[in-house]
Design a binder for this molecule. Structure first.
Ligand code: ADP
Ligand code: MG
Length: 242
């Protein structure tokens, strides 16, 4: 079953086309990594799928709910996806647990007791239960990003979107975040991930998408695409990130 379907999705900022005719389908349980040069539209595509940006053209459907269709609000679609950003965006004055409790309280309408149980279950899942009472500033970058993953999971999304989740981290802190993501993938979560971590892509992704200048240029299996790059442009790109 398709969880994400984009058809001829396009996005302009003023006169500048940023996404052009994106056709993309993601099936339940798939782990899809998106790569491409800076400015190719990767973040904008995730933001459109998370309904943070209105589309200029085409259609977007998440779990059978079509954006813009009568009776389907942007909010209803947004709550099907959880997003993790490069900058963790945790509330600095709230503890790790309180950060994770916000979504269940506000979006899912859970009581404090329920939300607390949800938060503790998810903090345990990312290995951080013992840090639940710490403020973000007392945690390492890798721990903060794992709290951000728990927070995104807390509204029980069908799809998780990651935009360069390890790019702001020191190299020695990246592994723990990638491991948390790999665990999620192994549990069957549907994931769409923008990252330059090619080893992660090779180990965890079913599909690799190469974007360039607002278009999907390649969409295939990571192993074969790395072993035998389907274009000179992609080969050149790999040479820069590997
Ligand atoms: P990537 O994530 O692949 O680096 P982005 O999606 O961030 O690319 O950006 C794609 C293009 O869209 C870039 O040229 C960028 O300058 C432009 N862009 C992104 N957001 C905006 C915005 N809010 N207003 C105008 N241009 C934007
Ligand atoms: Mg980006």
């Amino acid at each position: 079953m398709s969880l994400i379907t984009c058809q001829k999705l396009s996005k302009h900022f003023g006169d500048t086309p940023v996404l052009q005719d994106i056709d993309l389908t993601v099936e339940a349980g798939e782990v899809v990594v998106i790569v491409g040069p800076s400015g190719s539209g990767k973040s904008t595509l995730l933001r459109c799928i998370n309904v943070l940006e209105p589309l200029t053209g085409g259609t977007l459907e998440i779990d059978g709910k079509r954006l813009g269709e009568r009776g389907t609000s942007a909010r209803a679609i947004r709550r099907e996806t959880g997003m993790v950003f490069q900058q963790f965006n945790l509330f600095p004055h709230m503890t790790a647990r309180e950060n994770v409790m916000l979504g269940p309280r506000k979006v899912r309408g859970q009581s404090r007791t329920e939300a607390r149980a949800t938060a503790d279950r998810l903090l345990e899942r990312v290995g951080l239960l013992q840090w639940a009472d710490q403020l973000p500033g007392q945690l390492s970058g890798g721990q903060q990003q794992r709290v951000a993953i728990a927070r995104a999971l807390a509204v029980n999304p069908k799809v998780m979107l990651f935009d360069e989740p390890t790019s702001a981290l020191d190299p020695e802190l990246r592994g723990e975040v990638l491991q948390a993501m790999q665990d999620l993938a192994a549990e069957g979560m549907t994931m769409l991930i923008v990252t330059h971590e090619m080893r992660f892509a090779e180990a965890a992704a079913n599909r690799l998408i190469f974007m360039d200048q607002g278009r999907v240029v390649h969409d295939g299996r990571p192993g074969p695409m790395f072993a035998d790059p389907p274009s000179e442009r992609f080969r050149e790109f790999l040479g820069h990130v590997k």
